[in-house]
Design a protein. Structure first.
Lengths: 500, 232
């Protein structure tokens, strides 16, 4: 079982030269669309980072750029979210998904010209949406802010990408369906369902009253859980064994992890409405599902951990592994925190506070974005047939982003708990009776120091992004070396042949 | 063995399950939520927003107010919303049935606004919003809300000063240069109309009877209609 799994997962590990040639032909077929998606994702990452810094600075210094309407907090924050979600994260996940699908199905991408059109349309759609938000056409529905006129453009792009991934899967030569493909197929199928239901029931034919809230959070939370999470996990399941040169610890655990995620996650979104004006039974169902998420998280975390055990020293050398493992560990942590946040008593304190912001960044950045970085460090040398120009820049990228996001999550969590306690509990008054609530402006004043630290964390992360963007651009323009080349590792590792 | 069809079926039914449970079931069951006619007032509640307030809601949307302000009051005993005066009761689903777009919100960087129209009323309320939008520091020292001065226009007085000029309501350091006046734009007017109109009615008898049954002995359950009357 284990040996066949390794072979299906990792044809390059076989000494068979024909298989190596096949793999390199597959990589070559993904080059043009993958570069287009990755290139635009890096640009959007920088745009999103800029808006993040502006929004973060504004929140403790409200007069900053205060007279510029299109940069008012409500828009700058929204521009940040949409640039990093639909610009950076989705572009990167398209490239990673297509590349993984081609490799795992052992099929070359066909007619890549159409994928080029898809990439052009997606980025056009995101640009139109961003401009729409800036000029005041945002829908103000969280995670669905792009105005309706951007939707058809995005839809064309998505249809092409989804269809191409399916076609690649269909024409694949691989007999075995590896767990990464399960996640990819599911994500590719779930996303258009979520997006079109949300579009129809919120924008074109708005459903009644607070059912909109249910649709909104069914959509928004599932974009995280049924699109970004599966793609992030697919990448971890592929790169972790690949870089370590050993099979994933347990096939059965990965199957269990997949199906428990599929069943429980999509009910969990309602936990954004705990205590709100929606039927209590739905909230309870959402809480139960959120708690059950402990199952897939433990199973997946355990499986990945047991794969890494005994080979952890490779973390010293491999950039991909370091980012992927950081992402994997944070997937476990943020998921546990999320399950806890769905408990009514903890939600009473943390809901409506910066704690939620910390949690969102923990998931989208410390898990997903770090995994995408790791994937790019692995994929780019293989499609460009050249190595990363600077190990120092990779190192700077890793430490700045890992340190920055850790600081971010810590300070915002503390800020949120403090804010939540002050806002939602009554201090003890005279004679032990509950007193009057802490004045709202006092609650605000307490958060400001943390918001300033958040900006510091944001600047550190931005430094990492700039290092990454420089290395990425340098890699694109540098000439290809003749003959064989050494992979760019953090340090020289002569015994790490398997890691290639 | 090709298990792709089986995997696909599983993937399909996983999402179909929650879509049916969370979305479809509630979409259908909300149809029975209707306005409640109050005979003493001769009106049905909740009421629709007046036209200028509806336009103001569009300004609320385009500036992204929802990212810092919720529009949902938590039930008594859960949080301190009632103690803070954000509402006399928790919000219920019926409050929102006329709304084409619902801004429940998920973040309270600022206070809840579901009943802000009950806190700032009439001309005094309008003046408060004017000052607060021009610079939140005037009314709320230490606030981190951004100024919305772009909803105002500072312009040269041509002929008679405009009856809509508002600088007289602003403190000394905000006064325009001589020969200039500050007027509120139409968008600003609309936004303030919306904020003044944001208010939920007293609890509907149906909700009182259905949701807020105090802990009672089974025998006392028959008194529910009477309680509902009292709640009116």
């Amino acid at each position: 079982m284990a040996s066949s799994l390794t072979a299906s997962l990792n044809p390059a590990s076989s000494p068979d030269l024909a298989k190596r040639a096949e793999l390199s032909a597959i990589d070559a077929s993904t080059r043009a669309p993958a570069l287009y998606f990755f290139g635009s994702s890096v640009l959007w990452l920088l745009v999103g980072t800029l808006f993040a810094l502006i929004a973060s600075y504004k929140l403790h210094t409200p007069e900053f750029l205060g007279n510029i309407e299109w940069l008012t907090f409500g828009r700058a924050r929204t521009l940040h979210l949409n640039a990093v979600i639909y610009g950076w994260s989705v572009n990167a996940s398209f490239a990673v998904a297509l590349w993984l699908m081609a490799r795992l199905a052992r099929a070359e991408l066909r007619h890549v010209g159409l994928l080029f059109i898809a990439a052009a349309f997606w980025n056009l759609g995101v640009t139109v949406g961003m401009v729409g938000i800036a000029i005041g056409d945002s829908t103000s529905i969280e995670w669905l802010e792009f105005p309706t006129y951007a939707t058809p453009i995005l839809f064309v792009a998505y249809a092409l990408v989804g269809a191409w991934a399916m076609i690649t899967f269909r024409f694949g030569r691989a007999k075995h369906i590896y767990v990464s493909q399960w996640y990819l197929l599911a994500a590719l199928f779930w996303f258009p369902w979520l997006y079109s239901v949300a579009q129809i029931m919120l924008l074109f034919e708005p459903t009644r009253g607070t059912v909109q809230g249910l649709v909104n959070w069914w959509f928004a939370h599932n974009v995280l859980g049924l699109w970004f999470t599966p793609i992030g996990l697919a990448a971890i399941y592929y790169f972790l064994p690949k870089v370590l040169g050993k099979p994933i610890h347990s096939y059965y655990l990965s199957v269990l992890g997949f199906w428990s995620l599929a069943i429980f996650y999509n009910w969990a979104g309602v936990h954004h409405l705990i205590g709100g004006p929606v039927p209590v039974w739905v909230q309870t169902a959402g809480i139960a599902a959120s708690f059950m998420m402990v199952v897939p998280v433990i199973v997946t975390g355990l499986n990945q951990h047991l794969t890494l055990v005994g080979a952890a020293s490779a973390l010293k050398y491999s950039p991909t592994l370091r980012f992927i493992v950081f992402g994997g560990v944070n997937y476990t942590l943020t998921s546990f925190a999320g399950s806890l946040m769905a408990m009514r008593s903890w939600a009473e304190i943390t809901h409506f506070t910066h704690y939620t912001v910390a949690h969102a960044h923990h998931g989208m950045y410390a898990f997903f974005t770090m995994v995408m970085f790791g994937s790019i460090y692995y994929i780019l040398p293989r499609i460009l047939l050249k190595e990363w120009p600077s190990a120092k820049l990779i190192s700077l990228h890793f430490w700045a982003t890992a340190g920055g996001i850790t600081l971010y999550v810590l300070v915002m969590s503390i800020a949120g708990i403090q804010q939540g306690l002050a806002m939602n509990t009554l201090p003890e008054g005279a004679g032990g009776a509950p007193g009057s609530p802490v004045p709202f402006l006092t609650v605000v004043a307490q958060t400001i120091q943390w918001l300033e630290l958040r900006t510091v964390a944001g600047v550190v992360i931005a430094i990492g992004h700039i290092a990454f963007a420089i290395n990425f651009t340098w890699m694109l323009v540098k000439p290809r070396q003749a003959g064989s080349s050494e992979p760019t590792l953090f340090r020289h590792a002569p015994d790490l042949e398997a890691a290639r | 063995m090709n298990r792709a069809p089986l995997i696909f079926l599983g993937i399909f039914f996983a999402l179909a399950f929650s879509w049916t449970g969370i979305i479809l079931t509630n979409h259908l069951s909300y149809a029975k939520l209707q306005p409640v006619f109050d005979e003493t007032e001769g009106k049905a509640f909740p009421q629709k927003l007046p036209g200028n307030a509806e336009r103001g809601k569009e300004v609320y949307r385009d500036l992204g107010c929802v990212y810092c302000h919720t529009q949902q009051v938590r039930q008594p005993g859960y949080g301190t919303d009632i103690e803070r005066g954000w509402g006399e009761r928790g919000s219920v689903a019926r409050d929102y049935i006329h709304e084409k777009r619902v801004y429940l919100g998920t973040m309270r960087t600022g206070p809840d606004l579901r009943n802000v129209g009950a806190r700032f009323v009439g001309d005094a309320g309008r003046d408060w919003h004017l000052q607060h939008l021009y610079d939140p520091q005037i009314t709320s020292k230490g606030s981190i809300m951004p100024p919305f001065r772009f909803l105002f226009e500072t312009r040269v007085i041509v002929g008679e000063p405009s009856p809509r000029a508002v600088q007289t309501k602003l403190p000394a350091q905000y006064q325009p240069p001589a020969g200039h006046e500050i007027v509120l734009t139409q968008r600003g007017e609309d936004l303030i109309s919306y904020l003044l109109a944001l208010k939920d009615p007293a609890l509907y008898p149906e909700e009182a009877a259905r949701v807020y049954v105090p802990k009672a002995e089974p025998a006392e359950k028959k008194t529910e209609p009477a309680q509902a009357e009292a709640a009116k």
